[in-house]
Design a protein around this ligand. Sequence first.
Ligand code: NAP
Length: 293
Amino acid sequence: MPVTVAPASASGEFRIGGDLPVHRLGFGAMRITGKGVWGEPRDRDEAIRVLRRAVELGVDFIDTADSYGPFVSEDLIREALHGGGDRPYGAVVVATKAGFVRTGPGKWHTLGRPEYLRFACEMSLRRLGVEQIDLFQLHRIDPEVAEEEQFGVLADLRDEGKIRHVGLSEVGVDELVRARQVVPIATVQNRYNLLDRSSQEVLEHAEQHDIGFIPWYPLATGELARPGGPLDDLASATGATPSQLALAWLLRSSPVQLPIPGTSSVAHLEENVAATEVDLDAEQLARLDAVGG
Ligand SMILES: NC(=O)c1ccc[n+]([C@@H]2O[C@H](COP(=O)([O-])OP(=O)(O)OC[C@H]3O[C@@H](n4cnc5c(N)ncnc54)[C@H](OP(=O)(O)O)[C@@H]3O)[C@@H](O)[C@H]2O)c1
């Protein structure tokens, strides 16, 4: 039955690049592919349902990449959500990435040659069925290619209007500062969760410069959601599930945090989105902080 409220809106708003408003709790579309992020998902109909239900629940920020599948995640997003017209995804911001080639399940190879990044952008435009990609992220800086060339092609694609905003992934503060000398950076996507705060400095830099911080692996691949895991006690005390606690903590840790929990199931999606409604007092937040601090 369609819902009349959009719980994801309770996560608050962030303006990507200053002009693309999204609810802060988004969705990561890597888990709607096959094992090893390769090929079709086990249950394709459920993957389509997950995407549509996310939007019904008010999720308007979806993260994907050409390398998820490869291509499967972008294709499913188009099939589930493309509505035609000038802005085929309506208010939903679809962020994709380029910079990896795939040679099999679980196999990822960095490739940041400018002609390859341009090719990847053209193919994502075609697959997603858009004239402009809302947010185009460099999946990794390729150490074999001069970084100015990689940032440079992102600047060119932005100037040409093929992409609206540029994001980076898995970078340190120094790389972020150097990239910003070449092209405005709207978001940074680094691994970050209750148990892994190694990107804390990058998060603080992002907050100072109003750059969206997209913490991937927000649930530590379900480790934080596991019964008997580190959040179990607090979960019984608050009535929230462990994954909701992990997400609620992320949302409160900074106004620029844009978590994108990934799942292949509608039930997990609904549970994760309901994290926006979890109330935590100062003592409970401090206990959560202490879990991985
Ligand atoms: N930039 C990068 O390099 C990078 C790398 C990895 C991922 N990402 C992005 O970040 C997103 C999130 O990362 P992630 O998928 O690796 O990690 P995650 O969101 O922390 O964890 C996803 C895993 O947790 C399980 N899960 C989700 N909700 C659950 C719940 N409520 N209860 C129990 N288990 C639950 C999922 O299994 P079920 O399917 O069974 O729910 C899935 O195996 C990805 O989808 C992708 O968009 C980016």
